[in-house]
Design a protein around this ligand. Structure first.
Ligand SMILES: Nc1ncnc2c1ncn2[C@@H]1O[C@H](COP(=O)(O)OP(=O)(O)OP(=O)(O)O)[C@@H](O)[C@H]1O
Length: 257
């Protein structure tokens, strides 16, 4: 379980990114965080693996306050948390397989991995991860030869190869077209169900949030202003979270091909 207790975060320029956040995220939940641009969605997600570090409160993972962790504990924590970014964060000139194998970096010694000497089990695991997102035939292709949706699936395979306990996805479909967005969200949801993987996703499309989330957390100006099951959410809930009427841009639309 991930638990935020009175967590606040102030950026060096004085901007308050999180204001007294209290949340409990249960194992195996598929949580979607929504809110306008600048609401603090990324700050919330990134504080879980401390890409940004809260200044006060406690952030417990499986009962341990991770904000007290030193360097080596933090490194270990990060091997247990897979991260998916809007822009995929792949090494473009490297092969798909090499990118997926980099998910083992925290587990394999640095020298071995720099030399590309990954154990055979790691290569099996990487290929299996690619199979799970349906692109194993791309293993030896250079990453920048792939479409955006395929690159995002490579990044999901890389996260899976880490064998994480938690997946964080920060606007994973913001750069994709509607049909591809649904493919990627379905991959994340399938992995969540099959592996009971705690998954926390930032999205700004309300239709996608309603379609895929078990639970929706709404943020505004660094505060959690809504927390409830996706089944209870209506357009009015979003209008309250956003503090304005819903617009066409808030809807992704499209269906899986
Ligand atoms: N490194 C930083 N230094 C100062 N302010 C920051 C920093 N990172 C984010 N912020 C500010 O904190 C607030 C929350 O940002 P955050 O990226 O978490 O929002 P978001 O809801 O994820 O928005 P978006 O959808 O645009 O990514 C914003 O006002 C942003 O400008």
């Amino acid at each position: 379980m991930i638990e935020f207790k009175n967590v606040s975060l102030t950026y060096p320029n004085g901007h308050q990114g999180l204001k007294n956040v209290n949340l409990k995220l249960n194992d195996g939940e598929f949580v979607v965080v929504v809110g306008l641009s600048g609401a603090g969605k990324s700050t919330l997600i990134r504080s879980i693996n401390q890409l940004v570090k809260p200044n006060s409160g406690e952030l417990l993972i499986d009962g341990e306050n991770t904000l007290k962790y030193g360097e080596s504990q933090l490194r270990k924590l990060r091997t247990q948390i897979g991260m998916i970014f809007q822009n995929y964060n792949l090494v473009k000139r490297a092969s798909v397989l090499r990118n997926v194998l980099s998910g083992r970096l925290g587990h394999t010694g640095t020298i071995r991995s720099l030399l590309g000497l990954f154990p055979r089990e790691d290569v099996h695991l990487a290929m299996e991860s690619l199979r799970r997102v349906g692109i194993e035939e791309k293993a030896y292709v250079r990453s920048d030869q792939l479409s955006g949706g395929q690159q995002q699936r490579v990044s999901i395979a890389r996260a899976l190869t880490q064998k994480p306990k938690i997946i964080l996805a920060d606007e994973p479909v913001a750069s994709l077209d509607p049909p591809t967005s649904h493919i990627v969200m379905k991959d994340l949801k399938r992995i969540n169900k099959e592996d009971n993987m705690t998954t926390i996703v930032n999205l700004h499309f309300i239709d996608m949030a309603m379609e895929y989330a078990d639970r929706i957390i709404g943020m505004r100006a660094g505060e959690v202003v809504y927390d409830g099951p996706a089944s209870a959410v209506t357009e009015k809930t979003f209008e309250e979270i956003y503090g304005r009427p819903i617009k066409e841009d808030d809807i992704r639309g499209g269906v899986e091909e």
